[in-house]
Design a protein around this ligand. Structure first.
Ligand code: UD1
Length: 433
């Protein structure tokens, strides 16, 4: 298994290109199931999760080509940065998403929405994905039932049927869910009549999906607010849509600079996608300047100020930056409190950060971080995607050598991480085997 070796202590300086957002690319790819015509997606990041979803969509009959080339073996790519990929679901050949495929990535469960809406039936395995607490699917089931689907959960599969098409309805999410908002928006686009989703997720990825569906001919209003109205149409067409820049990758590298010091341009980053996180990073003492080319992050030697943070649905501070922020706070001049409200059990990075010399105590869903003046490199092990990258950030600031094991978590969500960081002066390399 590959490892990442880091020798810490260098400030970061230079330019890091920001990739297309994984969490936007995945639902957009899934939207291709809604139409027999071609959906062209620009700026799709080259990531293990994208390749995995290509396999899952292929199982349903989705054909794809990358920049005009067809390639079914390698996820259709050489080794370029974010690419343009065409997806065509001319015929859905299988309405079942099997356990072997879905268990590898939670987001693949989302095919249930478009497959059910287009084919009148879908059988999808209960999902897998990052081990961050129990992640149920009750909201998907309840929401699709509100649209008239008959649903059974049977031997690990959710079996959904809507023989006479889904029917528009009003549904209020009892809890904000990004995935369930994506799924219901896709399903309602092909339902009969009007659907109103209340307490919907407001994440930028929901807006990107709505833009895509609208370009495909859907009638959607209010995406980006907590009430989304969808007037169902009989069919959707092909379209060309661009994946938004990755706000989590942006925030991650901004925190890396805030921790190591230095001066980096995050090229292509969009500040409006992560204002809450940028405000917090500013409070730690870094200078954040939006420019025409992206976001410039700069920190001199003045030290890191402690800041308290609570994760919240968008527009609040994202849970996907919580681990990275904790990495930054381990070297703050004082005590900070980091509270996780979205996922239970999303503190697996705490004990690994402690191996580098961090002082963190847990009290329920809050971590109390007592800043130390230095961290020392050590072998560490990552247990989920965002936790892994928090260890990379801490390793960049630690004295000496850190090896991060189980790199496959990083490959799921960070395009060319080592290359981007070493381009800014970090000593970081991948060790194969
Ligand atoms: C998405 C993101 C993930 C991010 C999360 C929250 C993708 C591919 N993943 O995940 O990176 O951390 O949003 O911003 O976009 N819940 C239920 N029942 C359900 C569905 C969800 O109780 O049926 C709960 C979850 O357990 C969690 C909360 O709702 O506590 C929010 O989860 P949700 O927004 O659905 O996360 P995902 O869409 O899976």
């Amino acid at each position: 298994m590959d490892r990442i070796r880091i020798v810490g202590g260098n400030p970061l300086a230079g330019t890091i290109p920001v990739s297309g957002a994984k969490n936007a690319a995945l639902p957009l790819m899934i939207a291709s199931l809604l139409t027999p015509q071609t959906l062209t997606l620009e700026n799709v990041p080259h990531l293990a999760d994208v390749e995995q979803l290509i396999r899952i969509l292929g199982n349903h009959g989705v054909d794809y080509s990358v920049n005009g080339k067809r390639d079914h073996q390698n996820g259709g790519t050489t080794s370029g940065y974010s690419r343009t990929i065409n997806f065509t679901a001319e015929n859905i050949v299988d309405t079942t998403a099997p356990y072997e495929l879905v268990s590898k990535m939670r987001a693949s469960f989302w095919v249930i929405g478009p497959v059910l809406a287009r084919m009148g039936e879908a059988k999808v395995s209960l999902p897998g994905g990052c081990a961050i607490g129990t992640r149920p699917v009750d909201l998907f089931i309840e929401g699709l039932q509100a649209l008239g689907a008959d649903i059974d959960v049977d031997t690990g599969y959710v079996v959904a049927k809507a023989k006479n098409r889904l029917r528009g309805n009003r549904y209020t999410f009892p809890k904000v869910s990004v995935g369930a908002t994506h799924v219901l928006m896709m399903a309602a686009s092909l339902a009969r009549g009007e659907t109103v989703l209340e307490n919907a997720a407001r994440e930028p990825e929901v807006v990107n999906l709505a833009e895509c569906l609208i370009a495909m001919g859907a009638k959607i209003h209010g995406a980006g607010t907590s009430t989304i109205t969808i007037e169902g149409v009989d069919e959707l067409s092909g379209a060309k849509v661009r994946v938004i820049p990755d706000r989590i990758e942006t925030g991650t590298y901004a925190m890396a600079v805030a921790m190591t010091g230095g001066d980096v341009l995050l090229e292509g980053a969009q500040p409006d996608l992560l204002e809450a996180a940028l405000d917090v990073i500013r409070k730690t003492g870094a200078e954040i300047t939006p420019t025409n080319a992206g976001i410039r992050v700069k920190r001199n030697g003045a030290g890191i100020a402690p800041v308290d943070v609570t994760t919240e649905p968008f527009p609040g501070f994202p849970t996907d930056l919580q681990a990275q922020f904790m990495g930054l706070m381990t070297m703050a001049k004082g005590k900070s409190r980091i509270t996780e409200t979205i996922f239970e059990n999303r503190f697996m990075h705490v004990q690994e950060l402690a191996r580098l010399g961090a002082h963190i105590t847990l009290s329920g869903q809050t971590a109390i971080v007592e800043g130390v003046s230095k961290l020392k490199g050590a072998p560490v092990m990552a247990t989920d995607l965002r936790a892994s990258v928090s260890l990379v950030i801490a390793g960049l600031a630690a004295e000496g050598e850190t090896t991060v094991n189980r790199v496959y978590h990083l490959d799921r969500g960070f395009e060319r991480l080592e290359e981007k960081l070493s381009g800014c002066g970090a000593v970081i390399e991948r060790i194969s085997g």
